[in-house]
Design a protein around this ligand. Structure first.
Ligand SMILES: [Zn+2]
Length: 348
């Protein structure tokens, strides 16, 4: 583990090189799904650029004045931009204000750095305004953007950045990292790694936030309910989900990642393999589903979920992805044990 980050070794090695003044570029774009570690990586790079007592070239100490200020979000030469509270979009006035600050010489550091999070949420006007900073970058300024995917930004913006694509870690490696680096009990680390599909940041957030864990249980309840209903009701579910606040892409990805842990468990249950289930608490229901389907059907269900997650990452319309997935899931009837009949309104 370098830079105190699990995984992303290639990206870290690349950025370490770029801490050398002759290698440093004006703009970087870090892409990947939410919770994969984009901001963590960006902040580590910023510390490596500014550390006052680097233990080795490209490293940071995490204890000096600069490192501590960066960790506290109080470093005077670092501006972090994100959509304002209560707003979905990053606005043009935020970009303009940032540009005025960027034009000034650094206050205490070598560079003035701006980190803009989730740039896919910038309005068209804000994107065009930022383009100016990329076309004529001020001296001693470094821009770091994060986004879900390169494809969701203007081509003219992406092409002016050094691009780093972050991918989730393999699940086993993520579980190991969560247990080792975050001291999460191994059983829980395994569950968290599975249900976040190897996104360490998302796993840690889930661990620290019990409300999110209950959302996880809800997602499994929803799957059980959807498996028992017909195609029309499944489409109604997608409709109601798409009308909710927030990003449908993110909520669909969260749901499907959780469903995938369930289908993998069903696959294990049907194969009699001696592998512990991720969703131990649902063992009876998982056994029941495994008995209703043959191995090929279960395998297909796993693949449908994997493909859907891949499509969401490739920026295919999330509603279509979710509809397609649900229309291809088997209809199992409502005989799942241990569940009282619970009326779910699919109209919201
Ligand atoms: Zn330091």
């Amino acid at each position: 583990m370098t830079w105190n980050i699990c995984g992303h070794d290639t990206a870290i090695a690349f950025l370490k090189e770029h801490t050398q003044p002759e290698k440093l570029r004006h703009a970087y774009l870090i892409t990947g799904p939410a919770g994969v570690g984009r901001t963590t990586l960006a902040l580590a790079f910023i510390k490596a650029l500014n550390c006052l007592k680097p233990p080795a070239p490209g490293e940071f100490c995490d204890h000096c004045f600069a490192c501590r200020q960066i960790n506290a979000g109080a470093f005077s030469d670092l501006t972090i931009l994100a959509p304002l509270e209560g707003h979905q979009d990053l606005r043009i006035d935020q970009i303009r204000e940032m540009q005025q600050a960027l034009a000034l010489a650094p206050y205490q550091a070598q560079y003035r750095i701006v980190l803009i999070q989730d740039f896919q949420r910038a309005t068209a006007a804000a994107s065009n305004a930022l383009l100016k900073s990329l076309e004529e970058p001020p001296a001693r300024a470094v821009l770091i953007l994060t986004a879900d995917a390169q494809e969701s930004l203007l081509e003219t913006i992406a092409s002016r950045c050094e691009i780093l694509r972050l991918r989730p870690m393999p699940v086993d490696a993520a579980a190991h990292c969560l247990a080792e680096a975050y001291q999460i009990p191994p059983d829980q680390a395994k569950l968290l790694a599975h249900l976040t599909s190897g996104r360490i940041g998302a796993a840690v957030k889930l661990y620290q936030n019990p409300d999110l864990l209950s959302a996880y249980e809800d997602a499994l309840d929803t799957l059980a309910e959807l498996l028992a209903v017909n195609r029309r009701q499944r489409l109604q579910f997608v409709e109601s989900l798409s009308r909710k606040k927030g990003s449908l892409r993110e909520s669909a990805a969260d749901l499907i990642a959780i469903w995938l842990t369930y289908w993998r468990d069903v696959l294990i249950a049907s194969s009699d393999a001696e592998i512990a289930l991720v969703n131990q608490s649902r063992q009876d229901a998982i056994q029941w589903v495994a008995q209703q389907m043959d191995f090929a059907e279960i395998h297909a269900a796993v693949q449908i979920c994997e493909k859907a997650l891949d499509q969401l990452e490739k920026y295919i319309n999330p509603r279509l992805v979710l509809e397609n997935l649900l229309l291809n899931m088997p209809i199992l009837g409502a005989k799942e044990p241990q569940k009282a009949t619970r009326n779910v309104s699919y109209n919201d």
